[in-house]
Design a protein around this ligand. Structure first.
Ligand SMILES: N[C@@H](CCC(=O)N[C@@H](CS)C(=O)NCC(=O)O)C(=O)O
Ligand SMILES: *[C@@H]1O[C@H](CO)[C@@H](O)[C@H](O)[C@H]1NC(C)=O
Ligand SMILES: CC(=O)N[C@H]1CO[C@H](CO)[C@@H](O)[C@@H]1O
Length: 217
């Protein structure tokens, strides 16, 4: 916690796992009060402060002794909250879901939740593998097929869920690695719908406290 008592997110603007967590939360600096109600409608309202961890500078700030003491995995994101520090984006999101259940990001019905977790797993696993085109293609092939039966407006019906928090950063990865997305019309459609939401915009890599000026938009 900071002196102000706010949770701290250790984050890197370009990190897709960090972006997942940013969508679920609400950065103190990136969300003006006037937009608050909009965000709260879609996702959890959690005020936090960002401590940027530059993965490239100084040989990687994630390897510093100070950060290693916080997260022995030496990766972002990590969240300091309620007196503990949590690593792993999905573990963080799960903790937020348990402790700040509104609005829910996992379906209430266990069956829906389980089925939809397969969507999540597909995307989540994808992120832990190398960011090679080949791997993104194989993940997206499977996901596109799953989404045909699960998707409404978003990945799972018409409510934003954890799967959506994983999808958008992964599409950004795919674009970065010049993956041809024409075989994935459902993924592309949902990506566009989600990126129109304010919570996905304020959490975007081009709008973080540590985004370099030349990449800001
Ligand atoms: N499974 C982890 C993956 C985290 C991860 O891969 N973080 C990357 C950035 S996207 C990182 O910190 N890389 C630094 C390094 O590997 O040195 C999660 O979901 O949080
Ligand atoms: C994802 O959505 C954004 C915003 O509409 C867009 O700029 C980007 O090209 C989209 N990517 C795909 C693959 O649809
Ligand atoms: C609400 C919803 O869309 N649930 C879906 C979760 O995923 C399975 C397929 O894996 C669908 O059959 C469910 O309808």
């Amino acid at each position: 916690m900071t002196e102000s008592g706010k949770p701290i997110l250790y984050s890197y603007f370009r990190s897709s796992c960090s972006w997942r967590v940013r969508i679920a939360s609400r950065g103190a600096r990136s969300c003006p009060l006037t937009l608050l109600s909009l965000t709260a409608l879609a996702l959890k309202s959690l005020d936090y402060e960002t401590v940027p961890i530059n993965l490239i500078k100084d040989g990687g700030q994630q390897f510093s002794e100070e950060f290693q003491a916080l997260n022995p995995m030496q990766q972002v994101p990590a969240l300091k909250i309620d007196g503990i520090t949590i690593g792993q984006s999905l573990a963080i999101i799960e903790y937020l879901e348990e402790t700040r259940p509104t609005p829910r990001l996992l379906p209430q019905d266990p069956k829906r939740r389980a089925q939809n977790l397969s969507v999540l797993k597909q995307v989540g696993q994808e992120n832990q593998l190398t960011w090679a085109q080949k791997v993104i293609h194989s993940g997206f092939n499977a996901l596109e097929q799953i989404l045909r039966s699960t998707a409404g407006k978003y990945c799972v019906g018409d409510e934003v869920s954890v799967a959506d928090l994983c999808l958008v950063p992964q599409v950004a990865n795919a674009e970065r690695f010049k993956v041809d997305l024409t075989p994935y019309p459902t993924i592309s459609r949902i990506n566009k719908t989600l990126l129109a939401l304010e919570a996905f915009q304020v959490s975007h890599p081009c709008r973080q406290p540590d985004t370099p000026p030349e990449l800001r938009a």
